[in-house]
Structures are given as structure tokens and as C-alpha cells.
Design a protein around this ligand. Sequence first.
Ligand code: ARG
Length: 473
Amino acid sequence: MWKGRFTESTAAVVRDFTQSLDLDWVLAPWDIAGSIAHARMLGTIGILTPSEVGKIEDGLQRIRTEISEGILVPTLELEDVHMNIESRLIELLGPAGAKLHTGRSRNDQVATTMRLFLRDRLLGIAEGMERLLDGLLRLAEKHRRTTIAGYTHLQQAQPISMGHYWMAHFTVFSRDVSRLFFALDSLNECPLGAGALAGSTLPLDRFFTSSLLGFPEPTCNSLDTVSQRDYMVDYHSFAALFAVHCSRLAEDFVIYSSREFGWLLLPDAFCTGSSMMPQKKNPDVLELIRGKAGQTIGHLLDLLITLKALPMTYDRDLQEDKRGLHASLDTVDQILAVLPPLLSTVDVDTKRAVEGMEDGFALATDVAEHLVSKGVPFRDAHSMTGRLVKECLARGKGLFELSREEWKDLLPEAGEDLFPMLSLEMAVERRRTYGGTSPERVSEQIARGEALLRGLQERRSGYRRTVDAPSRR
Ligand code: ARG
């Protein structure tokens, strides 16, 4: 493509080293969409005749089919997807094909292709996230009145509603979806027409190409346009934190389903066995989800380090943005393919879920707060209840096993009205502060969650409509 300036052909090692086909050939459909928009725009400003535009469009459609059917095989001599397609077009059309690249550089072309590709993939991920959120809402509804142990420091802390637990993960993932949409919004500007870096002497209509490609507007600074990949960093930030969140959920499940905890029941279909130990049922799916977080964090750092200290504007380093992006998108897709169906099959052993709390010590805070209602300052109530626990431990008794006489003797400040409160269910029921664990509060969270999910679905389908509409024109 640049042989005019050169007297020597490119060395074979350089060809192999600089090519990006292994990573960008899959981007062909998006590159073609960008080229069609560019050709139509060149038609509207009189650089291409209507017949040339028609020929280019037909040629590009034909190339699309040739690629999908494996007839067109790219060559490394042509470095990347962009030049392979353009070269095939010239082969098919001659001079008309040679006009396509007018006013365009691979710098704005690759930026456009990447944004179109990423937008489609992120909308797919948004759908997966909706399935995940929906699964958590179903679980929360089902387990609104299931009592489990709540942990801090992985020590039993206070009894909670399991619906509340599921809504905690729902809340976490709904923040991730906000970050996903942030990435979508930040990529949603059209780079086409920025040229190599400075724009063009030709009267390119950037607003026209932008709207053809379903972008709300073109990017506003051509130098920035060809040199930035911030929207990709935004995606990677989403992906890294999302995978971290998945790893936490997976770790919970690994712990709760272990023999020692034993109250979260995993279906056989989502577990694997041991090649040696016949009794084993291992949570490999969860461990792999946990393990994948490292890669997504790595891909974020990889891109940040590539971008660091890059001189304005385009630098070839930017070609390295693709490997990590593909890998990370695939990882997120894989997690989203396995996690929602896994969630829909987990069950709870409700007896074992409260095992270890039947001594009543998990209600020590409730006792102290009861004393507060009798006018005892909380710090005093705390140490009085602490002493009560110590005495119980010395007597080898749980709180629930103390007789009324022992209560009178050990904690005279407590009133009769304490005793009806001393059950795990009441402890959950009574935590009615906003965002707290009582089933009625959980119901409110679920209702808010349903509304949030509907909002996300609308937002995604709205995006889809604007993205898909232009290509149907
Ligand atoms: N293959 C390159 C990429 O994937 C295309 C851009 C090359 N631009 C250039 N001026 N050499 O990023």
C-alpha cells in the first residue's frame, strides 16, 4: 500500500511482527459497516458518483459473504483486516475500489471498527448481566424468610434473611451494570473523519457517517480521537471489578458448600469429581470463576501500561489493545454463561444454615440493645452482655438455655419483654432499619431491584434500536 515511498520490500520478520490479522480478522463485519458508511458519505459530498457508491457497497457486501464463507483468506502481506478488505475491493472493482480510502486513515478506521465491535459485545454482556440480576431477584424472593448466619471476619455475627444476602449480590452487580453502561456511553462517539490525526482537506461530513453508524455524534478532537483508548479502559474497569465481585460470590459458595459449613447445596451438574478419590464432589466451576478474576485485572493493567506515556497522537503501540480486549470479553461471556444457570439451581439446607447459632450468642447485640431500651448507656450494655456471654461459656450453656432465674440473677436490668425477642427469626424480623435484613425491608429491596432491572432492559433495547437501525437502511 505504501510502495511508492519505498525502494525495498518489507522484511519477512517485520511482516510477521507487525501484522494484526490474528486479532483483527474477526472484526471484518464491523470494518465493512464503517466502510459502507464512509462510502455513502463520500457520495453525498460528490467525491464518489452514485454508481461508484453502489459498486463499493455491493463489493463490500460480497466481501462480507466471502469472509463468512471462508472463501476470502487474508494474507499477512496486507498486515491487517482493513488493508485485506480494501485490497480485495480494489481487485473486484478497480479504480472505484481505490477511491474508498479517500479522506480516511487506518487510524480513524481502526478506532471506528473497535468501537462498533465493542458496542455490540457490550450490549451482549448487558443482556447477560440482566439474566444474572434476574436470577438473584428470584432467589431473594424465594429466600426472603430463610434465616442464615451472617458473617463478619468469617465468624458468625448475626442471623440474617437469605433474601437479604442475595440482594447484597444484586446490589453489587447492579453497580457493575452502571459501569458497563458508562463504558458504552464513553465509546459511543464516531471517530471516522479524524483521519490520520488532523482531519481532512476534503469536506467530509462527519455527522452523516456518525448517524449512519448509530452514534449520537462524532468525536470532537481528531488528535485525541486517534490516540485514545479510554473507552476500552472503562470496559476493562467494569470487567475487572465485575470479575472480582464474581470471585467473592464464588468464594462464599465454596465456603458455604464445604462439608464443614454444609448448608449451601450445589447441584451435581455444576460440580466435578476426583480422578482418584471416589467420594469427592468439587466446586470447580466456582473455583474457575474465582480464578478468572486475575486475568481481567491483568488486561486492565496491560492496557493502562500500554497507554502510559504514549506521545500524542497515534502510536503503533495502540495495536496491542486487541489481545487483552478479546480475552477479557470472552472471559466475561464465559462467566455470564455459567453463573446464572448455576444460581438457579442452588438450594439451602435450612437446618444446617442456622447450626451453631442455636446457643443464642448471635443475639448478644439484641440483648444489649434491649438494655439500651431500658435506659442503659450502650457501652455499659455492651460490657454487661459481654460478661453474660462469658458466664454462659463458663457454665457451658447457651443464651437460649438460661432459666428465667439465671437471667434475673445475671442481668437484672433485662425486662420480661426481652424473652419473646430471643429467637433467630425475631432477631431478623426486628432489624427494620432502611436497608436492613427484616423480610419487609428485603421486599422493598426486591421491588426496587425489579424496577431497576426493567430500567436496564429498556436502556439496553433503546441502545440496540439506535445501533441496529442504521444498518437496515
Ligand atoms: N493494524 C493496525 C491496528 O490494528 C491498524 C492501524 C495502523 N496504522 C498505522 N498508521 N500504521 O491498530
